[in-house]
Ligand binder design. Structure first.
Ligand code: PLP
Length: 222
């Protein structure tokens, strides 16, 4: 196990110039690999599974900014609220309310991104455009004082058709821009992974989530 330092340095430089945040997706990878990247100065790491994140966070330096990028179940929110930095995949009002409730108990304010369903696949999670716009019209009435919605997150279809991937990113970017006009606090657009981050950047992503290019292919299908 070792990280790909060459790929890291190259991606890091490419993104830094454009002011894009790199979230290093370390799911299924050992803490030793995370430490290797940490020692190069990296602090933003992404994990998909609550149990795995909680175990790793306990073993690693506390100045790591942990991004939860997976599908979060309401009954597991409590476990990550004490230390999580940004929750990317918020896909329901119910979940948002639970994060708010747990954050209040922990006397924290937690930054969240709302996940938008842009892919063709039914299996992916997220709001659709109209649901999201509708939610933004009502959100101020929910009294959610312990969360901050900082932006949007999306995953493109798993396909070799890069025109389709680009079209999905453009759709997300357009929705983001439209919502920003009345919600200026929206600043983060999280889109792009190993296979499509270059396209995502061209379409104005400002946060990419990259795993396999940095840590190597994952053995499991997780
Ligand atoms: C696993 C994962 C990534 C990273 O995937 P790679 O293809 O390894 O870069 C990014 N975002 C989410 C939501 C993921 O689950």
């Amino acid at each position: 196990m070792a990280i790909n330092k060459e790929a890291y340095n190259q991606i890091h430089d490419e993104l830094r110039l454009a002011n894009i945040t790199l979230v290093a997706v370390s799911k299924t990878k050992p803490v030793e690999d995370i430490l290797e990247l940490y020692e190069l100065g990296h602090r933003d790491f992404g994990e998909n599974y609550v149990q795995e994140l909680v175990e790793k966070a306990a073993k690693l330096p506390t100045d790591i900014r942990w991004h939860f990028i997976g599908h979060l179940q309401t009954n597991k929110v409590k476990q990550i609220v004490p230390f999580v930095y940004l929750i990317h995949g918020v896909d329901s009002v119910k979940l948002l309310k639970e994060i708010n409730k747990q954050a209040e108990k922990a006397t924290r304010v937690i930054d969240c991104l709302l996940q938008v369903h842009i892919a063709k696949e039914e299996t992916k999670f997220g709001f659709d455009d109209n649901e999201l716009k509708n939610m933004f019209n009502h959100i101020s009435t929910y009294g959610l004082n312990n969360i901050k919605i900082k932006g949007l997150m999306g995953m493109a279809s798993l396909t070799d058709d890069m025109n389709q991937v680009r079209a999905e990113f453009i759709q997300l970017k357009n929705l983001f821009s439209e919502l920003q006009t009345s919600n200026p606090e929206l600043q983060i657009l999280s889109m792009g992974m190993s296979s499509d981050y270059k396209i995502a950047i061209e379409e104005k992503s400002n946060m990419v989530r990259i795993g396999s290019l940095l840590f190597g292919e994952r053995v499991t299908t997780k």
